[in-house]
Design a protein around this ligand. Structure first.
Ligand code: NDP
Length: 235
């Protein structure tokens, strides 16, 4: 497999870190973007808040100078601000949409030009099972994740003829900081509804992302690949 220039947002912990580590282990040149900016050994850490368009452009320039134009983009940075709709403020809504959806748009747009020029690209969005399944208390988050499916499918129609694919990986409940704060009774409820009978591991999401980024996955585009132990089947 050729060595690729890979850029992962939210690459310093959780699912994004596992994705970065996997690409590094495969010998690719990997940039990990986050607000904190750290990266594991072998990857280039870059400070970037995806809710700031100027920071996205600056971070891409640093990654491109070090690794060449981005061939593989993983738009993974995401946040939650969970509460029931009656209590959900405009600010809760806007903050989640700005990072999860508009942040993904910003990095996809920034990466698309050189992918088109190079006639190769892999764009992978980290969606979520709740994008299509729904989730009480997550109107903002589930809307942001559902919208990524529309983004990936529209990009597929725009760029499919240029060797660029765009897909969504939709994790279920994965053990990370994001789920660490959930109350025990809620975790027990999730366990009961997940056919696999357990939460997922970050490496299981990274494996799906690595496959979609590979040359072998060149005919898969506009797809939503669940990594959820069967939780979202049929949605
Ligand atoms: P974590 O909370 O562990 O990590 C979130 C990552 O996003 C961090 O690297 C964080 O870095 C980065 N991030 C957050 N805000 C910004 C921002 N404004 N700009 C740049 N980077 C940002 O979450 P997970 O690893 O669990 O989640 C990763 C993705 O997977 C998210 O999109 C999430 O929605 C999705 N997901 C997670 C599931 C789970 O069960 N864990 C299930 C389904 C989907 P920093 O704080 O330094 O900026």
């Amino acid at each position: 497999m050729p060595v690729r220039s890979v850029l992962v947002t939210g690459g310093n912990r959780g699912i994004g870190l596992a994705i970065v580590e996997r690409f590094v282990a495969q010998g690719h040149r990997v940039a990990a973007l986050s607000r904190a900016g750290e990266a594991p050994e072998g990857a280039l850490g870059i400070v970037c808040d995806v809710s700031e368009a100027d920071q996205v452009d600056a971070a891409f320039k640093v990654a491109e100078a070090a690794h060449g134009p981005v061939d593989v983009l993983v738009a993974n940075a995401g946040i939650t601000k969970d509460t029931l709709i009656l209590r959900m403020s405009e600010a809760d809504w806007a903050a989640v949409l700005d990072v999860n959806l508009t942040g993904s748009f910003r990095v996809a747009k920034r990466a698309a030009r050189s992918m088109i020029r190079g006639r190769f690209g892999r764009i992978i969005f980290t969606g979520s099972v709740v994008g299509l399944y729904g989730s009480a208390g997550q109107v903002n988050y589930s809307a942001s994740k559902a919208a990524l499916v529309g983004v990936a499918r529209s990009l597929t129609r725009e760029l499919g003829g240029r060797g660029v694919t765009a897909n969504v990986v939709a994790p279920g409940f994965i053990e990370t900081d994001m789920t660490a704060g959930l109350p025990d009774d809620l975790i027990a409820k999730y366990h009961a509804s997940i056919p696999a009978g357990r939460l997922g591991q970050v490496g299981e999401v990274a494996a799906a992302v690595a496959f979609l980024a590979s040359d072998e996955a060149g005919y898969i585009s506009g797809a939503v690949i669940p990594v959820d132990g069967g939780l979202g089947m049929g949605h």
